[in-house]
Design a protein around this ligand. Sequence first.
Ligand SMILES: [Zn+2]
Length: 331
Amino acid sequence: MGIKESQYKKILKDYELKRERSNKELRLRQEEIYAKIPRIAEIDNILASTGIEISKAILQNPEKSEELIHSLEQKNLDLIIEKAELLYINGYNKNYLEPTYHCYSCKDTGYISNSPCHCFKQALIDIAYDQSNLKEILAIENFDNFNFDYFSDKLDSTMNISPKENIKQIYSHCIRFIEQFDDNFDNLIFYGNSGLGKTFLCNCIAKDLLDRGKTVIYLTAFQLFQLFEQVRFNKDDEENSSRNYLDTIFTVDLLIIDDLGTEFSTSLTGSELFNCLNSRLLDKKHTIISTNLSPNDWQKQYSERIVSRIFGHYKALKLIGEDIRIQKKYK
Ligand SMILES: [Zn+2]
């Protein structure tokens, strides 16, 4: 994917830092609890010595070993329950003394039995596509912060629905898209005027799928076409090849193309876009497009071939209402 050795090392270093931080935080939580509830320190000590107890029991009394192990296990279980109850009574979550991870799949090691974890693959993608600021955006732009209040409940006569009811339907559609991501092949186009939250919706979906361990590439149409151009002009540069970048665009779990507009209408970019979208369709890889163009504009902008082949496989969702950015400005 055109990743340099130094970038690779940085990812591994980041994992190390995450684990160190998590260990440190755990130790602090332990100290806090042991000071407040000394019985838990006792319990942890006993639990930690279980292994030795078991070995001793087996050595001293081999013929009764099974019985002894069973009774030790029972004792441990009682202790674990007692610990959880003590935490609960004192107002703590039962997981308060468990380590925390950014990624529970690989426990922040980047690997699951020698194969790269999804979070590792995503870290490579984030570097390759310069998505390093995506996480900060996603911390703000996600479903938890979705605000229906920017959409009026007055009926829109041309659509025969109010903007609020319309956005609620679109919202449910997005949730379904995420819930059925593995089972149902589905693609979305958000269209409508600027400032209605198309990018916001793209980000909400990206956040949820990243949290579920899917790989996501988010590109504006402008960035995507730039990439096409780089590939066209760097055909022989094997080392840091843009072609490798493009490969991931074909294979990533979800590709989001934001802000597809009228400005990119050369036949060359058109056919490269067609190639990319078509290949993802054939491989059943989900794509989301946001655009200011209406279906009528697509017909004018892109060839018949693109419109009928590609957009027939997309669910088109039209956003209506008043520009949220302007509303925010005057509130
Ligand atoms: Zn992971």
